[in-house]
Design a protein around this ligand. Structure first.
Ligand code: GLU
Length: 292
């Protein structure tokens, strides 16, 4: 009796030990996101958005994802492999891009992501490669002119985005509706379910450009959103390659060309103040700003 019970206990303990040890097995080769592993694999896996024109959206002509972020992803592949085509583009959304980098499913994302102190606790970021600001998109005849007019109004944003958190904080009496992607917010705006959509000015501008007779950007830019490329924590070899790519893009004039192509305007006068800013500085500036 005692012996049998002892045997069961031993078996249970050894099963428990197996489970514990199983959890500490080193990461599979497929999860190695170092620059060396990427080079051995022959392609880099980069997350991009499909819901954020002109940074990342499906081209109606080709059904391929295109945009400013996509071209930066290709430039990273060119820097590492000598060919912009050695990139596997993976669709990400605001809410899943960080977990996908954390678990190694993608090596990096170039996905309209603001560098914030909270995000920097979970992943690393490249230097700043774009500066956006939160704004509002409304129907043309709307009475809303600023975020200050949103008390009691319906405003849509995307789960896991900084504008979602900011609007809740700035306008506690707004009726915030969230979806996984921005097109769902646009449908809600068109259908009259919400009075405004809020996110970065450039993304809203991408949607306004598709329907300028009915939609309008209002409220100016009320935050500073410094964009960085997300990389797994501690992956310094890849972060360096990405930062080197950003420096090259500026030096060669390629960044200015891409800016003109996708945003239809030349570089802004304050370009040198934020481009290549270290991620830690950008996160501090994001946290210490006074929206207005
Ligand atoms: N830049 C903001 C963010 O990182 C909004 C854009 C987005 O949802 O990706 O959350």
């Amino acid at each position: 009796m005692t012996l049998a019970r002892g045997a069961v206990l031993a078996a249970t303990l050894s099963l428990a030990a197996t489970l514990v040890l199983g959890g500490s097995v080193p990461a599979r080769a497929a999860d190695d996101n170092s620059l060396d592993a990427i080079k051995k694999r022959g392609t880099i896996k980069i997350g991009v958005k499909y819901d954020a024109p002109p940074f990342g959206s499906l081209s109606p002509q080709t059904n391929q994802v295109t945009g400013f972020d996509v071209d930066i992803a290709r430039a990273i592949a060119k820097k590492i492999f000598g060919s912009p085509d050695k990139v596997e583009l993976v669709q990400v959304k605001s809410d899943n891009r960080i977990p996908l980098v954390q678990n190694g499913d993608i090596d990096a994302f170039v996905a309209t992501a603001t560098i914030t102190p909270a995000r920097m606790k979970t992943i690393d970021f490249s230097n700043v490669y774009y500066r956006a600001g939160q704004s509002l998109l409304v129907k043309k005849n709307s009475t809303i002119k600023s975020y200050k007019d949103l008390d009691g109004k319906g405003v849509c944003s995307v789960q896991g985005s900084t504008p979602e958190q900011t609007i809740r904080r700035l306008v506690p009496k707004a009726n915030v509706v969230v979806f996984e992607t921005y097109p769902e917010c646009l449908t809600a705006l068109r259908g009259g379910r919400v009075d405004a959509v809020t996110t970065d000015n450039v993304i809203l501008g991408g949607y306004e450009a598709q329907d300028p007779n009915n939609l309008e950007l209002v409220g100016g830019l009320f935050t500073f959103e410094p964009y960085g490329i997300g990389i797994r924590k501690g992956n310094t070899s890849l972060t360096k390659a990405v930062n080197d790519t950003l420096a090259d893009l500026k030096k060669s004039g390629e960044y200015a060309k891409l800016h003109q192509q996708w945003l239809k305007k030349p570089l802004p006068a304050d370009f040198n103040q934020w481009y290549d800013m270290p991620a830690a500085t950008a996160a501090d500036q994001f946290a210490n700003q006074k929206p207005g």
